[in-house]
Design a protein around this ligand. Structure first.
Ligand SMILES: Nc1ncnc2c1ncn2[C@@H]1O[C@H](COP(=O)(O)OP(=O)(O)OP(=O)(O)O)[C@@H](O)[C@H]1O
Ligand SMILES: CC(C)(CO)[C@@H](O)C(=O)[O-]
Ligand code: BAL
Length: 279
């Protein structure tokens, strides 16, 4: 497995890849089975798979967990090597943002970036869109794979790619879950034993709410019930919302493809999850 820690090394390799398509799986490291599932999906599409590992400071607000975000580079490389990944790209912050962040040119995907997670994490999706755009420019992938666990992020990236006429095929992979239903996430590692035991309630709730939507309960009522249930179970909900899958706008009567999205704190840890359903 090749390991590139600078852009020039990556570019030298990329220039030689003219035969097979190149797939990119962007990550922030601390890899779990969810990430590895994305890698396997990429490997189904092509033999040339690059995994990027970069904890992107531009998508973290000042009060967030940039400094304590788990960094496990050696273990990540071992897991990727075992899967037969072609290359890891792990640039430094200086390589990615040589002029610093204050005057960085950025990519904003309007409207969708300001709702749901974007409302409570101002600037987050500008940071995500900018780094993903930069990674696309650096790696020049034909295919890029992202997880549906970060559903809003996936839609932001799809819109960015379409709006800016990027020639990258964006693939969304279903959420990988622990046996008890909790969506795998690097931030699950922040949970205490007690919190970890409570966390699977999120997915149970999403399933119950999807059933209620199917039975004809109105989205606003479902949202209210969900928020109440989360609070009763000791979570601090940030939002719980029923939206249309395509653009995450509020549900109109004719919409059939819906997604229930939520973010909630358990202690100090902010967890997100979602469930797509058809009514
Ligand atoms: N459980 C999962 N199933 C499928 N894809 C996932 C899962 N968790 C993360 N991903 C995807 O992996 C990619 C990299 O995500 P990231 O490195 O932020 O991992 P994470 O576990 O989501 O971390 P965090 O706790 O910061 O949200 C993203 O496309 C994300 O959607
Ligand atoms: C897509 C991403 C790697 C961009 O930093 C990040 O937001 C993530 O890990 O989901
Ligand atoms: N998995 C999304 C990246 C973030 O929360 O910053």
């Amino acid at each position: 497995m090749l390991v590139f820690s600078s852009l020039s090394e990556l570019r030298g390799w990329r220039a030689q890849q003219t035969a097979d398509p190149v797939a990119l799986v962007p990550t922030m490291g601390n890899l779990h089975q969810g990430h590895l599932q994305l890698v396997k999906r990429a490997q189904q599409a092509t033999s040339q798979v690059v995994v990027s590992i970069f904890v992107n400071p531009m998508q973290f607000a000042a009060n967030e967990d940039l400094d304590r975000y788990p960094r496990t580079f050696a273990e990540d490389c071992a897991a990727l090597e075992a899967l037969g990944v072609t290359a890891v790209f792990a640039p430094t912050v200086e390589d990615v943002y040589p002029r610093g962040l204050a005057n960085q040119t950025s990519v904003t995907v309007p409207e969708i970036s300001d709702i749901l997670c974007g409302a409570s994490r101002p600037g987050h999706f500008r940071g995500v869109a900018t780094i993903v755009c930069k990674l696309f420019n650096m790696v020049q992938p034909d295919i890029a794979v992202f997880g549906q666990k970060d559903y809003q992020q996936l839609q932001v990236i799809r819109l960015m790619a379409a709006d800016l006429s990027m020639s990258v095929d964006i693939i969304g992979e279903p959420t990988e879950r622990a046996e008890d239903g909790l969506a795998l996430s690097s931030r699950n590692g922040y949970l205490t034993t007690e919190e970890r035991a409570k966390a699977p309630f999120i997915y149970q709730l999403l399933q119950q709410l999807a059933e209620q939507l199917q039975q004809g309960v109105a989205p606003a009522e479902v949202e209210q019930r969900g928020l109440t249930a989360l609070t009763e179970q000791g979570f601090r909900p940030d939002y719980l919302s029923v939206r249309r899958q395509q653009d995450l706008q509020p549900v109109a009567a004719a919409d059939t493809k819906l997604v229930i999205l939520l973010a909630a704190y358990l202690g100090n840890t902010r967890l997100i999850d979602n469930l797509c359903m058809q009514r």
